[in-house]
Design a protein around this ligand. Structure first.
Ligand code: KIV
Length: 290
């Protein structure tokens, strides 16, 4: 049976130069297949807003929605390190509310850690949640919950000043007690410095190869997500096109009487049809008085 990784395993992997591989998952079956394939971690990202619910971004996602999906992922991958993503609004009020929401996420879904977006701005929240005994993963660079403020889904840290601001954010997240951090859509030159200078595991999405591991959105690597494909995505399949072909073939088969065929059909036990015909003749058919 696969052994679930702990924060100490992840830390050791960084120290040994071994890459951790993770992706998002939002449902039981995907989680089960990912665990069987040997995925190190699964993130129930608030990207589910776009990937599953069809919202234009992550902002509308609620804590309840995140928790429903996380419970399914936990059931599908009981031996995988599962990260719960705190959605927008779940840590933007008081520190106490943020801690209570993180507690609820842990209690209901059995996550191994929670992730939240932001740097210096959220350091006090990270501190309070980790002081309560929960593992927190930070997320700096492009933070999709702030795309309004950032001017869209754009690469971050491409100028010296912007890069310095991201490094300060990363430092603040580390100092606040995060055990690991995700860096998104940032030039590799910047991520390399962060991963070298901070002792905790630094994971990347669109942040180059010099991280301690990579995460991808499942619907991107499968080629299912239709709205847009960021530059940093590698599509390992084009399941969107395959799915469309399957749906068209199914529609065609039903409309032309090709499906269901004999092999998809349950037949009556031998001799029972004759009995049924006799019963009906005697007036036993449904709705008829005897
Ligand atoms: O919500 C999400 O899926 C994320 C990705 C950027 C990994 O945070």
């Amino acid at each position: 049976m696969k052994k679930k990784l702990t924060r100490f395993d992840l830390q050791q992997m960084k120290e040994k130069g071994e890459k951790a591989v993770w992706m998002t998952a939002y449902d039981f079956t995907t989680a089960q297949l990912a665990e069987r394939a040997g995925m190190d971690m699964l993130l129930v990202g608030d990207s589910l807003g776009m990937a599953v619910y069809g919202y234009p971004g992550t902002i509308p996602v609620t804590l309840d929605q995140s928790m429903y999906h996380t419970e399914a992922v936990r059931r599908g991958a009981p031996n995988t390190f599962v990260i719960g993503d705190m959605p927008f609004g779940s840590y933007h009020g008081s520190v106490n509310d943020a801690v209570q929401n993180a507690v609820q996420y842990h209690k209901k879904c059995g996550v191994d850690c929670i992730k939240l977006e932001g740097g210096t701005r959220v350091a006090h929240i990270i501190r309070a949640i980790s002081d309560s005994g929960m593992l927190v993963m930070g997320h700096v660079g492009l933070t999709p919950q702030s795309t309004g403020a950032l001017g869209g889904f754009k690469a971050q840290g491409r100028t010296a000043e912007a890069a310095l601001a991201i490094m300060e954010d990363a430092e603040a997240v580390y100092e606040a007690g995060a055990f690991a951090m995700l860096v998104e859509a940032v030039p590799p030159e910047v991520t390399r410095i962060i991963a070298k200078e901070l002792p905790i595991p630094i994971y990347g999405i669109g942040a180059g190869v010099d991280c301690d591991g990579q995460v991808m959105i499942v619907s991107d690597i499968l080629g299912i997500f239709q709205a847009f494909t960021p530059k940093f995505v590698k599509k390992y399949a084009n399941l969107g096109a395959e799915m469309s072909k399957v749906f068209e073939a199914y529609i065609h088969d039903v409309r032309t009487g090709k499906f269901p065929a004999e092999e998809h059909t349950y037949r009556m036990i031998d001799g029972e049809l004759r009995k049924l015909t006799a019963l009906r003749k005697k007036g036993h058919s449904k709705g008829k008085k005897q």
